[in-house]
Design a protein around this ligand. Structure first.
Ligand SMILES: *Cc1c(COP(=O)(O)O)cnc(C)c1O
Length: 412
């Protein structure tokens, strides 16, 4: 399979490692635990350090097991190159560390994963201005752009309220203005959506979630789609301009963030994620179907005040989501009617586990305002549309009837 693009998603992922020679005909890229890599000829070591020939030098900057996973993610996103990190947050943090300077400006969706919201507050304290806007409306993104805007950052489907960003129009806007468009694809996964299709320059995937998929390894990835012209980015250091321009961004991120801050993905975690990725398409199909069945059942029940799932026709961006994504995702959230305590409800569930991960094979539930969004306070929660009784559900691959029955009996 020399041209992986003519194969389907799962075929491509399953046979990705074999695109390069693997030791002893292994079908999985082995777990390489060596921290360093020796060379018989010291000149060769120097050339690797100088980027004049490919090779590994020290585990913090790269490892063969991690590289094989990077290739897989690049294929999934149909991008140019990928860098893996220890977590999804490290991948997002790398964008800020490597690409932003004092005086720069970022426009970010206000509907964000809680820790990404917190990261932008940190960055704002370090001399970078950050505007948080309603990214379901391209006009609000456009109004926030200034001559200092370097990055527009959005999530595909926002966690936990499931707002869908106006991804295509924001992409067009960024292209017109020459601004780097960074899209966090975690909630959709590369199986349901490729942000390259809407003009993203960089794509974030928290591999901890749907790509790894089993809740047994943390990991994050940044993919360069090849669409952004790095010669238009003012913060590229001269050192990295010795590469061809398409590589400037990733070269700077690999050195200035991965090397200098060191949030490197370990080879064991890379292996777990790579094995999980083989079944991502199968899991996503099942999870999307389960999420739809649960969302429909809950929406029809008078004891439920609201259900937020892009697959429901009542969702404000349902048409947009249907147009952009090949499925509506494995996450939804809902509010119970006044008088039903969300803790009591959660404690009546027998299958769904109160826990804070997403994209696990098991269904996980969490009372959002009291846990993951607790630190930001009631005012900010209200501005993000997070009700105090909101329950987030990360739907797993259990049998559909078992899940529907569990969520129904807990309403009694
Ligand atoms: C979980 C998540 C992250 C962070 O990933 P970690 O691996 O937990 O650091 C980032 N963005 C989104 C949308 C997420 O759901």
């Amino acid at each position: 399979m020399s041209d992986s693009r003519k194969y389907g998603f799962t075929t491509t992922i399953l046979h990705s490692d074999r695109q390069k020679p693997i030791e002893h005909g292994s079908l999985h890229k082995p777990i390489h635990t060596s921290v360093t890599f020796g060379y018989r000829d010291a000149r060769q070591l120097a050339e690797v350090f100088q980027g004049k020939q490919p090779g590994y030098r020290y585990g913090r900057q790269g490892n063969p097991t991690v590289s094989a996973l990077e290739d897989k993610i690049t294929r999934m996103e149909q991008g140019l190159a990928t860098i893996c990190f220890a977590t999804g947050m490290a991948a997002i943090g790398a964008v800020a560390q490597a690409l932003l300077r004092e005086g720069d400006h970022v426009v970010s969706s206000a509907f964000l994963f809680g820790n990404t919201n917190s990261l932008w507050q940190t960055v704002a304290g370090q001399g970078v201005a950050v505007s948080m806007v309603d990214a379901t409306d391209v006009a609000q993104v456009e109004a926030a752009i200034t001559p200092a805007t370097r990055i527009v950052f959005v999530e595909t489907i926002a966690n936990p309220r499931t707002q869908v960003a106006d991804l295509k129009r924001i992409g067009q806007l960024c292209r017109d203005r020459g601004i780097l468009y960074v899209v966090d694809n975690t909630m959709t996964s590369p199986y349901l959506f490729r942000p390259k299709m809407v003009g993203a320059g960089l794509v974030v995937n928290a591999m901890t979630k749907s790509i790894g998929g089993h809740g047994n390894a943390l990991g994050g990835a940044l993919t360069d789609t090849g669409l952004f012209d790095w010669t238009r980015y003012p913060n590229i250091i001269d050192t990295y301009k010795r590469y061809v321009p398409s590589q400037w961004g990733m070269a700077q991120i690999r050195a200035k963030s991965l090397r200098d801050f060191g949030a490197s993905l370990g080879p064991e975690a890379a292996h777990h994620i790579a094995v999980g990725a083989e079944t991502m398409a199968l899991r996503m199909e099942r999870e999307c179907a389960n999420a739809m069945a649960l969302a429909r059942m809950l929406e029809a029940d008078p004891r439920v005040a609201a259900v937020y799932y892009p697959g429901l026709p009542s969702h404000p961006q349902h048409k947009l989501a249907a147009d952009l994504f090949s499925g509506f995702g494995s996450l939804f959230s809902f509010e119970l009617r006044d008088g039903i305590d969300c803790f009591d409800y959660l404690n009546r569930l027998t299958l769904a586990v109160p826990a804070s991960n997403l994209g696990d094979t098991r269904t996980l539930v969490i009372p959002v305002a009291h846990t993951i969004f607790y630190e930001m306070g009631a005012e900010r929660r209200a501005s993000m549309g997070i009700a105090e009784s909101l329950i987030r559900v990360s739907v797993g691959i259990e049998d559909t009837d078992d899940l529907v029955e569990d969520f129904r009996q807990a309403l009694n």
